[in-house]
Ligand binder design. Structure first.
Ligand SMILES: Nc1ncnc2c1ncn2[C@@H]1O[C@H](COP(=O)(O)OP(=O)(O)OP(=O)(O)O)[C@@H](O)[C@H]1O
Ligand SMILES: [Mg+2]
Length: 321
């Protein structure tokens, strides 16, 4: 869907992005992380031609992006930024309907689409359609920004620190909504963030950049298990790496069948993470949990020993592979 091949960008004598090669398959969620100024936003903006690349090739659907009309291209690609970029003198409904209006959709279709998206993003139409951006909280404005990016149903969504300015609770809620939306709509998403937990939680493909270059890319689990160098390791949380890995692993993938002994007191749902299981063990002073299904029926058990051993097995099998 999106392919960057040996792409560089120079501003005058400054190299902002240097020789990056990156392939993002249709429907995948790619997160770009790295320290400030390493070229993440520049990379994103080269994809919708807000910035023209200096060398290398960028392809969308196998076609070089120079062959697309930049204006048409940008209408095909949703773009969300931290400051939302909403028009202050337009109400919420008008802001969300921007691109469909530019694309000359019939008015009734635009209204239907705007109302549908407001529903999806938890913005009741009666309450919000006629509000202006200055009457919204940061989280609400951000939702409007996401709704606007989705309005014309683009295949590609570029998101530049979309949740950066939000408090942790609102942020987590919007992350969960984005994950749900992605599971349903299968957009191809490129997402820039400073928050490693956000990147690990949402991404299928994680790209770590430093000084304009890609230092490592792969699945979040692969990077956690084998960071390429101390920079990637520290960015991934250093000593916290084990817990971050546990957060990506489901209880159901590591439980054993219910033993003959009396089930453990503490119960954990099978779709919880190993990190939550560890936390529960610490809280309840135990080293064994009963795993339950959605109906709270016991379906297996999980021991501390098992969690520690599985982590080790993952490591061994990776090394052998
Ligand atoms: N329009 C521009 N003109 C000149 N230099 C620029 C321009 N845009 C970006 N740069 C430079 O390119 C480099 C990469 O910038 P970029 O905005 O891509 O970084 P970033 O990874 O998004 O950083 P942050 O995390 O702080 O947003 C920086 O050194 C920046 O100063
Ligand atoms: Mg940036």
């Amino acid at each position: 869907m999106i392919e960057l091949s040996h792409v560089s960008k120079q501003f005058g004598d400054d190299i902002a992005v240097e020789d990056i090669t990156l392939r993002i398959a249709k429907g995948k969620f790619c997160a770009l992380v790295g320290t400030s100024g390493c070229g993440k936003s520049t990379t994103l903006r080269m994809i919708n031609r807000l910035i023209e690349h200096s060398s290398g090739d960028i392809f969308l659907d196998g076609q070089a992006i120079e062959q697309y009309d930049p204006v048409k291209l940008r209408r095909r690609i949703g773009y969300v930024i931290q400051s939302t970029g909403l028009f202050p003198h337009w109400n919420v409904a008008r802001n969300i309907g921007l691109v469909p209006r530019l694309l000359k959709w019939p008015a009734t279709e635009i209204n239907t689409r705007v109302e549908e998206l407001m529903g999806v993003l938890g913005l009741p139409v009666g309450e919000f359609a006629h509000k202006y951006p200055h009457q919204l909280s940061g989280g609400q404005a951000q939702r409007v920004g996401v709704a606007r990016a989705l309005a014309a149903d683009p295949d590609i969504l570029l998101m530049d620190e979309p949740f950066g300015a939000l408090d942790p609770i609102t942020r987590e809620k919007l992350q969960d909504e984005l994950a749900k939306l992605q599971a349903r709509l299968h957009k191809t998403i490129v997402f820039v963030t400073h928050d490693m937990d956000e990147a690990l939680k949402l991404a299928d493909h994680l790209v770590v950049m430093r000084d304009g270059r890609i230092v490592q890319q792969g699945t979040p689990l692969a990077l956690l298990q084998q960071p390429a160098d101390p920079f990637v390791e520290s960015l991934l949380g250093g000593l916290e790496r084990g817990l971050k890995q546990a957060a990506l692993t489901r209880v159901k993938d590591h439980m054993t069948s219910l033993g003959p002994s009396w089930p453990a007191q503490s119960r954990i749902p099978a779709d919880f993470s190993l990190r939550q299981a560890l936390s529960m063990m610490l809280r309840d002073h135990c080293d064994r949990l009963t795993v339950v299904d959605q109906g709270d029926v016991p379906i297996g058990e999980l021991s501390l020993r098992r969690i520690v051993k599985e982590a080790q097995l993952d490591k061994v099998s990776q090394r052998d592979a």
